[in-house]
Design a protein around this ligand. Structure first.
Ligand code: PEP
Ligand code: MN
Length: 346
């Protein structure tokens, strides 16, 4: 359960709640939203304390039905969280596109991809240096060399970098280059990784697991946020179902439901849901129309020779025309698209 106080309540009032809970042997988690101080009282016997806690000065209410993701929940945190990535503010009025290749493959490839992504008007460049491949014999990424190439693309284009971290031991190296550290679908519940990312002061892009419920995704986000890092962007990327006409089933309802349950920004990856180029644009358009705060789209200078996910990566001209379509949809929704439009609207 959660004791809800005003954020500006005197420290002594907050301490009184903590003391009662600790004396009863409960675990206590204190977090602050822009308006409230939330004190989670966890453990057996918490409910017996309700009358005493309710009677304390400064306690606005005791919420006995708080979800297991109390900090990322919107219940006591009505403000939308904006996550800054370079100049882009994910979760604000504007929508933003992150684009780039599945994997970093070579200097020429990633620099060409970066140039194309910038030209198309995307707000950040993606590219995997550490790749979580299904087969151990498939291309696993260039690792630390890939990070160096991403750093070069960042310096050349000025675009912030989004790249995946697979292993706790690589966090520092990835964080040196990345503006956003991505947790892939396969690692959504990799608890030690989530906890360590919670210690960073950098945005984390958390992708939904292949079979995860939304509450499981939100609990995964809670691991990061409760460890101290509130900069989390959630990503719907399709879930596994019986269908065989797409790589995954893009869960459009997840966008609206997540935005109801959490104040964190929600973006969509149409590429890994689609699995084929032709499906990417329709899914991207639908996701934006359904209320996504942004998209992450795979794009490669020459997809036919890509070393991973070659069937789903857009050619640069396809990315450019999709961006034009998305701009039109965003304007119908009253949302600027991209950093320039975001600044113009500010
Ligand atoms: C990716 O974005 O590179 C990726 C591997 O996606 P996912 O984790 O969603 O499969
Ligand atoms: Mn991929």
């Amino acid at each position: 359960m959660i004791a809800v106080l005003s954020r500006t309540a005197p420290l002594a009032q907050k301490a009184a709640v903590v003391r009662i809970a600790e004396d009863a042997g409960l675990e206590v988690h204190v977090s602050e939203t822009p308006t409230h101080c939330l004190i989670g009282l966890l453990g057996e016997g918490a409910s017996t304390l309700v009358p005493r806690v309710e009677a304390l000065d400064g306690v606005i209410e005791v919420d006995r039905k708080a979800p297991p993701y109390m900090i990322v929940s919107r219940t006591h945190h009505a403000h939308r969280t904006e996550v800054r990535v370079g100049q882009a503010r994910f979760g604000g009025d504007a929508v933003h596109v992150i684009a780039g290749p599945c994997s970093v493959e070579s200097r020429e490839q990633v620099l060409a991809a970066g140039d194309a992504v910038k030209m198309a008007g995307a707000s950040a460049l993606r590219g995997g240096a550490f790749k979580p491949r299904t087969s151990p014999y498939a291309f696993q990424g260039l690792g630390r060399q890939g990070l160096e190439l991403l750093a070069e693309a960042r310096a050349r284009t000025g675009l912030p970098i989004v790249t995946e971290v697979l292993d706790v031991r690589d966090i520092d190296a990835v964080a040196e280059v990345a503006d956003v550290l991505q947790v892939g679908a396969r690692n959504m519940q990799h608890v030690p990784l989530l906890r360590e990312l919670g210690r960073l002061n950098k945005p984390v892009l958390l992708k939904r697991g292949l079979c995860a419920t939304l509450d499981e995704l939100l609990c995964a986000a809670e691991y990061i946020v409760s460890a101290g890092n509130g900069q989390v962007i959630l990503c719907e990327r399709g879930v596994r179902t019986h269908v065989d006409h797409a790589r995954a089933t893009l869960d459009l309802a997840a966008i609206a439901v997540l935005k109801e349950r959490t104040h964190l920004p929600v973006i969509v990856d149409p590429s890994h849901a689609a699995g084929t180029r032709a499906l990417v644009a329709p899914l991207a358009r639908a996701a934006l129309a359904a209320g996504a705060d942004g998209l992450i789209i795979e794009s490669h200078p020459a997809p036919e020779v890509a070393r991973s996910d070659k069937a789903q990566q857009l050619r640069p001209d396809q990315l450019t025309s999709l961006m034009d379509e998305l701009r039109g949809i965003a304007s119908v929704l009253g949302r600027p698209l991209g950093v320039d439009a975001q600044e113009a609207a500010a």
